[in-house]
Design a protein around this ligand. Structure first.
Ligand SMILES: [Zn+2]
Length: 286
């Protein structure tokens, strides 16, 4: 083989396993980023995300808290949604994040610039947020790096006027994956971070050696949490469209389902256990 032919063969070998994942990712991103009409979920809690990726706004007289920034290309839409609901971007004082992957943290840098808010994040996710690195996902890109202004510890309460959000560290999906807890008009709400394996290496992962043990501890921890309203950051993960339709039909408690967290944790743990056994048997992550 000539040097050129060898080079071409090398490129093909590289391209073959990468191309389908990247193509799928581009399509997936367009789908995730479809516009979605912002709306009030309950009390001072609003949905300001895209059709596929959640972003939540908690409002108050002392300023607002925004949770998650979705993709880099989602940031203008999230900002417009906040304004459409009648709130000012400069009144967003604090931004929180569920985990440091491009589909949640991608829009943070832009949203920080648009609002002037401070970003609070866990120590586990800080290095990847500040490097703009999506760790452990070959199908997702990196993202604009974003400076973390304050670190949050497990159990720490983030307060802004009447708003109170308690950090619940739920690592595994990333090193610092963070769920948030609050109470809204007498209902306990969990903004649950992702708890799926999603192709991550659970065995012999040099960049995240404790991934499997962290997942197991997170499942144990979440089983002790009671929540009346379960929210997460992928629309299909908590039935956004279905609940929105019920809310539109006039049922104020459309998002209330005290059994949902338990069901999601049980299903996720089952998938995790299967995936761990598969990887221990020598199969690649799936
Ligand atoms: Zn993720």
């Amino acid at each position: 083989m000539t040097r050129l032919a060898l080079f071409a063969a090398g490129l093909l070998a590289l391209a073959a396993p990468l191309a389908p994942a990247l193509a799928q990712s581009a399509e997936t991103r367009v789908g995730w980023n479809r516009p979605f009409e912002p709306f009030r979920i309950r009390g001072n809690l609003y949905y300001v995300g895209t059709a596929g990726l959640s972003s939540y706004l908690l409002t108050g007289k002392a300023g607002h808290v925004l949770i998650d920034g979705a993709l880099p290309e989602s940031a203008p839409q999230i900002a417009a949604n906040i304004q459409k609901l009648g709130f000012r971007l400069r009144d967003v004082r604090i931004i929180l994040i569920n985990h440091s992957h491009v589909d949640h943290a991608g829009g943070l840098a832009k949203l920080k610039a648009l609002t002037g808010a401070k970003l609070y994040a866990s120590a586990g996710d800080m290095p990847d947020l500040e490097a703009g690195r999506t760790l452990g996902r070959t199908d997702l890109s990196d993202f604009p790096p974003v400076h973390v202004d304050r670190l949050v510890r497990d159990g720490q309460v983030v307060a802004l006027g009447p708003i109170r959000l308690t950090a619940l560290l739920t690592p595994g999906h990333t090193k610092g994956a963070t769920s948030w807890l609050t109470t809204l008009a007498g209902k306990r709400v969990i903004f649950a971070s992702s708890i799926s394996v999603a192709g991550q290496k659970l065995v012999g992962n040099e960049e995240y050696p404790s991934a499997a043990a962290d997942f197991e501890a997170t499942f144990r921890k979440l089983k002790s949490v009671k929540a009346d309203i379960f929210l997460n950051y992928h629309a299909e993960g908590f039935g956004l469209n279905e609940k929105r339709a019920v809310l539109n039909a006039g049922k104020a408690d459309a998002f209330v389902d005290p059994g949902e967290l338990g069901r999601v944790v049980a299903a996720s743990e089952k998938s995790f256990t299967k995936e761990l056994a598969s990887q221990k048997a020598g199969n690649p992550p799936s």
